[in-house]
Design a protein around this ligand. Structure first.
Ligand SMILES: Nc1ncnc2c1ncn2[C@@H]1O[C@H](COP(=O)(O)OP(=O)(O)OP(=O)(O)O)[C@@H](O)[C@H]1O
Ligand SMILES: [Mg+2]
Length: 370
């Protein structure tokens, strides 16, 4: 039976709200419509401040929770209107929400993950049942609460012929290891920064939010001693399960490491790009050495320089876009949350304990009934 779901994702980069209307027959997703709406500068600045820590945090959190809930609903309504879709024909919305803090097990401050964008507003404005707050149920049974997309990757990208890694390069990068042997377990984790440090460095030095096509990074020279110092961080050598976010990899992390390293801003950008490429490559080498193919998704796929650097470290493997396998790399995450909502409504688990470290598979999210 064919069923329509909506997936809504606003990731660590805070670049855009990704919204998809997707039809599942069995599990194969068929995207009917998709939109990427940039988050307006004013809201983005407020969100970044909230993530970094600010005064009157609860008041600001409350205001942004409502503001994002409305923005999410607006995007959904636009997508429904543009496709002439009756909301009654949509089974549910899976809304990831905007992460403002992710404190996985082992964090000194807490063990929690907070996503905002009030699902009550989404359901009230769209009249579609909404599933949200996906991460904390996994954490409640000892998991990292992240990454959650590997179960979806396993469903749609697993091959019996090739050992595959799905590489998502968002603000943070994460890998899913899909062995071709059906008896072998899926593994995966956050490898570290994807675009988040490059974006932060660009924001400081260029009047832009990203290094378009990686051109600026490509113009610089990698500072090897600095790269070694960045890679010295324990996150890169800690064994999985592990997950991270912008509360860890940010300018407060980077600034002290930059001291004593005289480089141009472009050289630093080249070095940050290499940090992303090397930490991803090392993760694959160390935890998925049998990999034949790497299927890439997330905004980082548009950074040509980053892709070039990955290729130089992965000469033995085929690097492909998820588009080569039928799914637009810009919407894999949003489709995954549509699928996770479907899992929840069907009473099926969405987490993979072999990935998150949870004690057991659990049904994820809270259901806000229409
Ligand atoms: N043309 C481009 N050139 C260089 N970088 C790009 C380009 N397009 C997108 N990006 C990078 O991709 C980022 C957005 O990627 P994406 O939306 O996958 O991340 P995200 O929102 O953090 O998602 P998630 O956390 O779910 O993985 C941008 O912030 C930017 O750094
Ligand atoms: Mg994004």
């Amino acid at each position: 039976m064919k069923e329509k779901y909506i997936g809504l994702m606003s990731g660590t980069s805070m670049d855009a709200i990704d919204c998809v209307l997707v039809e599942f027959s069995d599990t194969t997703p068929h995207v009917l419509a998709a939109s990427q709406t940039p988050i307006n500068e004013d809201v983005r600045i407020q969100l970044l401040a909230l993530c970094q820590g600010t005064d009157s945090e609860l008041e600001k959190l409350a205001a942004l929770d409502s503001c994002l809930g409305r923005l999410f609903a607006q995007d959904i309504l636009k997508l429904l209107e543009s496709t002439g879709t009756d909301p009654k024909t949509v089974s549910a919305i899976g809304s990831h929400g905007q992460t403002i803090r992710h404190y996985p097990p082992g964090s000194t401050l807490a063990n929690n993950s907070i996503q905002i964008g009030d699902p009550n507003l989404i359901v009230a404005l769209t009249d579609i049942t909404t599933v949200a707050d996906f991460r904390r149920r996994d954490m409640a049974v000892g998991g990292q609460g992240a990454p959650l997309v590997p179960a979806f990757h396993n469903e749609v990208f697993r091959s019996t012929a090739k050992n595959r890694v799905i590489l998502n390069i968002g603000g943070i990068a994460n890998i899913t290891n899909l062995p071709r042997d059906a008896d072998k377990k899926v593994s995966g984790f956050d490898t570290g920064p994807g675009n988040v440090l490059m974006d932060a460095w660009v924001a400081l030095h260029l009047e832009a939010t990203m290094d378009s096509d990686g051109a600026w990074g490509a113009s610089g020279t990698i500072n090897r001693p600095l790269l070694a110092k960045l890679l010295d961080d324990a996150y890169f050598t800690n064994p999985p399960p592990k997950s991270t976010g912008r509360e860890y990899f940010n300018m407060d992390w980077l600034n002290p490491l930059l001291a004593d390293h005289a480089s141009t801003a472009a050289d630093i950008q080249a070095t940050l790009c290499e940090l992303t490429a090397i930490s991803i490559s090392d993760a694959i080498e160390n935890y998925a050495p049998q990999t034949d193919e790497i299927l890439i998704c997330g905004g980082g796929i548009h950074n040509k320089h980053l892709l070039d650097r990955l290729k130089t470290h992965q000469t033995q493997r085929s690097l492909q876009s998820t588009m080569d396998h039928g799914i637009d790399p810009d919407f894999v995450e949003a489709i995954a949350f549509a699928w996770l909502a479907k899992q929840t409504l069907e009473g099926k688990p969405g987490n993979l304990p072999s990935v998150t470290g949870a004690d057991r598979p659990v049904i994820l999210g809270g259901i806000y009934m229409a």
